[in-house]
Design a protein around this ligand. Structure first.
Ligand code: ZN
Length: 296
């Protein structure tokens, strides 16, 4: 099954809803970064959340970055999504190994510990929008729920889940985001709150093989669910040798010169997808010459 995001409304438009299935996306990230299971789950949950938050943006070139900086062994996570279902990301420490938590689940909260979630939206304006809040549990879904309420004043419910198989590959990944619009009536709010307390975990729904439409049907079936559209989702990085050489060009001139003097080719990896780009001393000389022309 391909990865995709479903966008929907319910209760006459006073609830908006998103759901995603993202097994391939998270498996691609796992392979690119060689994440251990708890970090596959951590990065996977943030990728799922990021992909859904990405398609909430309206502009074609809008970019969303979710960044977690934390005190646990994971140290941090970064995910960037566009408004068309493309997402990329990395874990600062992909090789965190922790025992399962008291519920027998991968201990994402333990891997992250205390920390800060930053949400950066580049909407083509002069300054990007930056929202920040403290991590609540480090389990990511609760942290995004808190972010929406505290920073965007939108009451929301977020569920995210990644199931890692015994061979460490991704068996299922996905999630949902429900949001109450300002015109939601008290009766709808009460019923939805009640519904959410009865809900099975996302992991359980995914393991039953539910599609994103079926996940939303299960939650919002009694609320007049209306599926609006389906957006293909994918782990995709837009790096290139050109882009990486622009990053190298920002090195100090002395550093560049000493790399050239070493006389050896260097390899630079893209942080987001781990693709390696090789630069010969001639390449580096070219970058230095260009740089000196810019510097005058
Ligand atoms: Zn890349």
């Amino acid at each position: 099954m391909k990865d995709y995001i479903v966008r929907a409304t319910a209760a006459g438009g006073s609830i908006r809803a998103f759901a995603i299935t993202a097994k391939n996306m998270v498996e691609t990230a796992r392979r690119a970064h060689d994440t251990y299971p708890v970090m596959t789950a951590a990065l996977g949950r943030l990728l799922c959340g990021g992909a859904m938050m990405g398609v909430m943006m309206k502009g074609e070139k809008d970019l969303l970055t979710l960044q977690i900086q934390c005190g646990g062994p994971a140290k941090g996570l970064t995910v960037t999504a566009d408004s068309q279902g493309h997402v990329k990301g990395f874990a600062s420490e992909p090789h965190v190994d922790l025992p399962l938590n008291a519920q027998g689940k991968l201990d994402v909260g333990g891997a992250l510990g205390l920390g800060v979630l930053s949400v950066i939206k580049d909407l083509g304006l002069k300054e990007p929008y930056v929202g920040q809040c403290e991590l609540q549990t480090g389990e990511i879904a609760e942290d995004l729920t808190y972010y929406f309420a505290a920073s965007e004043q939108v009451p929301s419910a977020v569920g995210l889940g990644v199931l890692v198989d015994t061979d460490a590959s991704v068996r299922q990944a996905g999630g949902f985001i429900l949001q109450l619009m300002p015109d939601a009536q008290d009766e709808v709010i009460d019923r939805l709150e009640q519904r959410i307390t009865e809900l099975a975990s996302v992991t359980e729904m995914l393991d039953r093989g539910l599609s994103p439409e079926e996940v939303l049907q299960e939650i919002l079936g009694d609320f007049g669910l209306e599926i609006l559209d389906m957006i293909p989702a994918e782990f995709r990085c837009d790096c290139s040798k050109e882009r990486v050489s622009r990053a190298i060009a920002t090195l100090g001139r002395k550093d560049l010169e000493s790399l050239i003097l070493d006389g050896e080719a260097i390899e630079v990896k893209c942080q987001f997808c781990n693709t390696a780009y090789s630069f010969t001393t001639e390449d580096l000389q070219g970058i230095l010459t260009q740089r000196m022309e810019i510097d005058g």
